[in-house]
Design a protein around this ligand. Structure first.
Ligand SMILES: [Zn+2]
Length: 325
């Protein structure tokens, strides 16, 4: 019996893969991650901690190592990876290769039409992008070289939160805490802890059917290739996710995933490692069947019960069919 979620939150973490838990290069083996360990029964998202089937299953959550190479050669990149994660379509194959960090122009129409937020909206549901964006006076580069979550939000009419909303705790900074906004706006922008940001995101999630939040620092930090920074980035994410799980309403499904590996190996740049699909809350169990990042949007659409034309997740079906309400 799998309870259906009433609503879902997708937390996108850029550049987080699952690699060997070697403390000389993998911050997941070094960082203090009490909240993630509590969720995963004392284990961590490193290869050696996964069961033989590539999963960690606990009563509260499932984590599965999922393919991010999309069947293409070369190193996965953010533009095509994020587009695949948000649409369930193979953007790298459509474009002909991995591409990033921004979304290549030819796949933008597909991203706009088929991303999770646009699909939810087309089904008459509320779709929210929880990130604050510098809507006024923005650096035009972010619109010329856009990341997929922003394009998805724009297409769904959900790019609506800026500095004012962030200051009023009606939005979350992509960095989780507000220090980059404070560099620009000073004390007009309050400081927040990862826990406070998580409670804001939980409150936003409680008011919508589908919510997306995107965090990019994990990839930036991975590119720096320096262990102390990578550990700090992970510990912030751990505090944030732990508080988020505590604060989310009981009817909300949480899914956390990524576009490609990077942070898990400080020896340099993107990797071809699998990435985590971590799910918790009602309806989390079928996400253990996610084989690729393309299964994330499809799984959320299916579990929240919109877009019936989508293929159903093809594992754990008997469990889903057996449930009521
Ligand atoms: Zn990158």
């Amino acid at each position: 019996m799998i309870p259906r979620p009433r609503r879902a939150l997708l937390v996108f973490l850029d550049g987080v893969g699952i690699g060997s838990g070697d403390a000389s290069f993998n911050p997941f083996a070094v960082a203090h991650l009490p909240r993630l360990e509590a969720l995963l029964g004392g284990r961590r998202p490193v290869a050696e901690h996964l069961d033989a089937d590539g999963r960690i299953r606990t009563e509260r959550a499932v984590l599965v190592a999922s393919d991010a190479t999309l069947g293409m050669e070369g190193l996965p990149q953010s533009g095509t990876g994020q587009t695949s994660l948000l649409t369930g379509r193979n953007a790298a194959k459509e474009y002909g290769r991995h591409f990033g960090p921004w979304v290549p122009t030819p796949v933008r129409p597909m991203l706009a039409a088929e991303n999770l937020l646009s699909r939810a909206k087309a089904a008459g549901l509320t779709a929210v992008f929880a990130n604050a964006y510098p809507l006024a006076g923005a650096d035009p580069r972010i619109f010329r070289r856009p990341a997929a979550p922003m394009l998805a939000a724009q297409a769904a009419g959900a790019l609506t939160r800026g500095a004012a909303e962030l200051a009023e705790r009606q939005a979350v900074a992509s960095s989780i805490t507000n220090e980059r906004w404070r560099e620009r706006l000073g004390d007009d922008m309050p400081q927040v802890t990862p826990e406070e940001a998580a409670r804001t995101l939980a409150r936003i999630t409680a008011g919508a059917d589908v919510t997306l939040f995107a965090h990019y620092d994990t990839d930036y930090t991975g590119h720096r290739g320096e262990m102390a920074g990578a550990v700090a980035a992970l510990e912030k994410v751990d505090a944030f996710l732990g508080a988020l799980v505590d604060a989310l309403p009981a009817d909300a499904l949480l899914v956390v995933s990524s576009d490609h590996g990077n942070l898990e190996d400080t020896r340099g740049g993107h990797t071809r490692n699998p990435v985590p699909v971590l799910a918790a809350g009602p309806g989390h169990s079928p996400f253990g069947a996610a084989r690729s990042i393309m299964d994330v949007a499809v799984g959320i659409s299916y579990m929240v019960g919109f877009d019936p034309d989508l293929e159903e997740p093809d594992a754990d079906r008997s469990d889903i069919e057996g449930e009521e309400g």
